[in-house]
Design a binder for this molecule. Structure first.
Ligand SMILES: Nc1nc2c(c(=O)[nH]1)N[C@H]1C(S)=C(S)[C@@H](COP(=O)(O)OP(=O)(O)OC[C@H]3O[C@@H](n4cnc5c(=O)[nH]c(N)nc54)[C@H](O)[C@@H]3O)O[C@H]1N2
Ligand SMILES: Nc1nc2c(c(=O)[nH]1)N[C@H]1C(S)=C(S)[C@@H](COP(=O)(O)OP(=O)(O)OC[C@H]3O[C@@H](n4cnc5c(=O)[nH]c(N)nc54)[C@H](O)[C@@H]3O)O[C@H]1N2
Ligand code: SF4
Ligand SMILES: [Mo]
Length: 703
């Protein structure tokens, strides 16, 4: 048997780390960090190290399935690929014929490097409706950048920033990958100073020069305060402002009243700390801002992101070495052009669900989930009948999970492509087995390179999303696809003058990092300048300058502020079934301050019942002073793979307690952080009734 070591790129999370996989014959046997990868330099986290355990997991789906029992029962029989794909193509075509292409929704969760394929497919099919969690994840940042600067920025760790602002993100745990975490931490060890804006004392907050533990949801007020201080104290790059921005005077007027005392009263952060942070940032020779989902899951999501970009512009950090550098991709058919948005006719694009309210979200191509559920359940403004999901566990990812369940149950046709029979997949009419990351050739686009992720093994009959979409496109006669997903790799690389073979042999192609690009070609905005004041937003009916919208917070006696966060050992809802990772965090955690816990009679390790909106969820208390008093921080996206599918998502799902709101006007971001909620110790018999896997008869113990 031959043994080889294959250089590749891990994708147990957003996938930045270079990995070396040892393969014996057709089987991957071990994995380690790739010391020669410029992003992670040999690092591999616990998730990455569990890749092989995950790939050959006994519960992997290995064949396409057709549902035999009622939705949610988990009754399926295996079928062949041709039968499965014929049926999917037929059902999608029939829905399009009967109710229009917009009646078919395509869904995906967080990006897994095939997102552009799904957009391309939906556009070619004629549906404007691609559903994803974009509005509470990355897109407030992306769209704030595109509208304000004409592009998206990333922090330049090639040239150590003097200061990095880590804003609403637990980067060291959630971006342990080369994209950010490793590089941020090594910059810090070389002297980069940190400002951390987070109600939680994260690992980075503990190492920060300046930690601003603000009240959840008050980020935009803090941002306006930082803008106020740098303007009032003249910590500005005057030349940049004069030559490359529009609307400075309006911005100056707008933030005039946001003095440190007012900001302190709103955010709960002492005024002198806010001033110290503003000075540290404003006097740095180079500084970068890292925004996370702590800023994206409330009413001021888009405004916070816009304000952070304005701060960077005022202090001259845009496109500066060690600053916020505009992404300048290699000329492949990739993130920018692969979606083929020009293929979607304008009258179809205008039908995108949620576009009437959240025009900036809609500009980015995403439909709003709440509008999708309304269409399914109420046919308002038109019926949605069919959905094809490529990698999203909708029942735990979206707020108001019970409504999501009703909507999925009401569809005429649901197809789910996944690696496992998740509770969402267990509602599908047809389930398609997706290959894992070790099983597919994939182009990986990062800020600093384009790299090759390599297929080194295969599991059952599973196929990549790319193969499935390309095949379905062929069956439906859609334009713009290829003979095979393999051919597509070469076609997509051709504009950069390379081939898949060449890329795979070379492992990665570095992207030349260029600074101050605007000096030659201006910014890709209407005026060619950074739009501090944004006329276009005003025309769309939104605020031309960032505003602060107070979070919903009418606390009654006994209520606390519910929030959630992502876990170091899982990736959203994934890996609760991977033993080595589950052992590290066996139960869904509720982080609670000692004072709050004592007042509610809860001790470390107790099971606790959270209750909000008439729904309950069980979590295991971790009593810690890392969280602010009065904050209940629950694990996001928890489900129990060991329980029957239609129970597994109900027991410890924080999203059952949350409203499917659209509080931010431009992006429709839901308020998932800082929501009123009660907590009490859970009676032992309730815990046993909910979690005892030996039971065969289940009653609905939790409302
Ligand atoms: N309350 C609360 N809710 C949140 C969040 C929060 O912080 N708090 N975070 C939000 C955020 S930021 C996000 S991004 C979403 C996450 O939402 P999703 O991205 O939908 O994440 P998952 O629920 O983990 O679903 C991903 C599914 O894809 C499958 N999968 C993995 N790889 C592949 C593949 O290559 N192909 C296919 N077809 N399937 C694959 C996995 O097995 C898993 O079942 O949740 C959001 N919801
Ligand atoms: N290990 C691991 N890595 C992941 C993921 C995962 O689930 N696990 N998920 C991936 C995905 S899809 C995403 S989007 C990213 C998410 O990664 P992050 O953006 O780092 O998101 P969280 O881990 O949820 O951390 C959010 C931080 O925001 C803080 N916070 C809560 N409310 C507020 C607030 O109102 N204001 C501010 N300023 N801060 C607040 C929390 O205390 C927490 O420290 O990580 C990605 N990487
Ligand atoms: S941080 Fe992400 S990419 Fe890096 S090893 Fe861990 S799971 Fe893989
Ligand atoms: Mo996300």
């Amino acid at each position: 048997m031959t043994t080889r070591e294959v250089p590749t790129v891990c994708r147990m999370c957003h996938g930045g780390c270079g990995a070396l996989v040892t393969v014996e014959g057709e089987r991957a046997v071990s994995i380690k960090g790739h010391p020669g990868n410029p992003n992670n330099a040999g690092f591999l986290c616990a998730k990455g190290r569990a890749s092989i355990e995950h790939a050959y997991h006994p519960d992997r789906l290995r064949q396409p399935l057709r549902r035999t029992g009622p939705r949610g029962s988990g009754g399926y029989r295996p079928i062949g690929w041709d039968e499965a794909l014929d049926e999917v193509a037929e059902r999608l075509a029939a829905a399009r014929e009967r109710d229009g292409a917009e009646s078919v929704v395509f869904a995906q969760g967080t990006d897994r490097n095939y997102q552009e394929w799904l957009f391309r497919f939906a556009n070619a099919f004629g549906s404007p409706n691609v559903l994803g969690p974009a509005h509470v994840c990355f897109y407030p940042r992306v769209m704030a950048g595109i509208l304000t600067l004409g592009g998206f920025t990333f922090c330049d760790y090639e040239h150590d920033p003097e200061v990095v602002v880590v804003w609403g993100s637990n980067k060291a745990a959630t971006h342990g990958d080369g994209v950010i975490g490793t590089r941020l931490l090594s910059a810090v060890s070389r002297g980069t100073r940190l400002i951390v804006i987070d109600p939680h004392r994260t690992g980075l907050a503990a190492r920060a020069d300046c930690w601003l533990p603000l009240r959840p949801g008050t980020d935009a007020a803090l941002a306006l305060g930082l803008l106020h201080i740098v303007i009032a104290e003249g910590l500005l790059d005057k030349e940049f402002i004069e030559q490359h921005t529009t609307g400075f005077e309006q911005l100056r007027q707008h933030v005039r009243d946001w003095d440190p005392r007012r900001v302190a009263a709103v955010t709960g952060v002492p005024a002198q700390l806010i001033v110290r942070a503003a000075r540290l940032y404003g006097t740095a020779g180079s500084a970068a801002v890292e925004l996370g989902t702590g800023t994206a899951q409330h009413a001021s999501s888009f405004d916070t992101a816009r304000a952070a970009i304005l701060l960077s512009a005022l202090c001259g950090n845009i496109d500066r070495p060690g600053g916020d550098v505009l992404w300048d991709p290699q000329p492949i058919i990739g993130r920018r052009t692969m979606p083929m948005s020009e293929a979607l006719p304008a009258d179809q694009a205008a039908k995108r669900l949620g576009a009437d309210r959240h025009r900036v979200l809609s500009m980015s191509g995403w439909a709003h989930p709440s509008a999708v559920w309304r269409s399914v359940l109420d046919e308002d403004p038109y019926p949605v009948r069919a959905m094809a999901v490529f990698g999203s566990n909708l029942l735990v990812a979206y707020p108001d999970s019970d409504r999501v369940r009703r909507a999925l149950g009401a569809l005429d046709f649901l197809c789910v492509t996944d690696l496992f029979l998740t509770p969402t997949a267990a509602l599908a009419d047809i389930v398609l087995p997706a290959s894992g990351w070790l099983e597919r050739d994939q182009i990986v686009e990062h800020a600093n390179y384009v790299a090759a992720r390599r297929a080194v093994t295969s599991v059952g009959e599973s196929r990549s999303d790319e193969e499935i979409l390309n095949d379905l496109a062929g069956r439906l006669g859609l334009e713009g696809f290829w003979d095979s997903a393999r051919t597509a790799l070469d076609a997509r690389l051709a504009p950069a003058g390379t081939t898949w073979r060449e890329l795979a042999d070379g492992y990665y192609r570095p992207t030349e990092l260029r600074h101050f690009k605007y000096r030659e070609r201006g910014f890709a905005t209407r005026s060619g300048r950074v739009a501090l004041y944004h006329e276009g937003l005003l025309r769309m009916g939104y605020e031309p300058l960032p505003v602060y919208e107070p979070p919903i917070r009418h606390l009654r006696a006994g209520e606390h502020l519910l929030t959630s966060r992502h876990s170091r050992f899982y990736f959203n809802s994934e890996f609760r079934n991977v033993p080595s990772l589950r052992a590290k965090e066996p139960h869904p955690r509720l982080e609670i301050h000692p004072g709050t816990a004592a007042a509610e009679g809860i001790e470390d390790g107790d099971w606790a019942v959270l209750e909000a909106r008439g729904h309950q969820a069980l979590f295991r208390a971790r009593v810690t002073d890392e969280v602010r008093p009065g904050v209940l921080c629950a694990a996001a996206s928890w489900w129990y793979p060991e329980l029957p599918p239609d129970r597994s998502w109900r027991i410890s799902n924080v999203n059952r307690l949350l409203r499917d709101g659209d509080e931010n006007p431009a992006m429709g971001s839901s308020t998932l952080r800082g929501v009123p909620c009660t907590v009490r110790r859970a009676p032992d018999d309730l815990v046993a009734a909910c979690l005892d896997t030996a039971r065969t008869e289940w009653a609905d113990e939790l409302p």
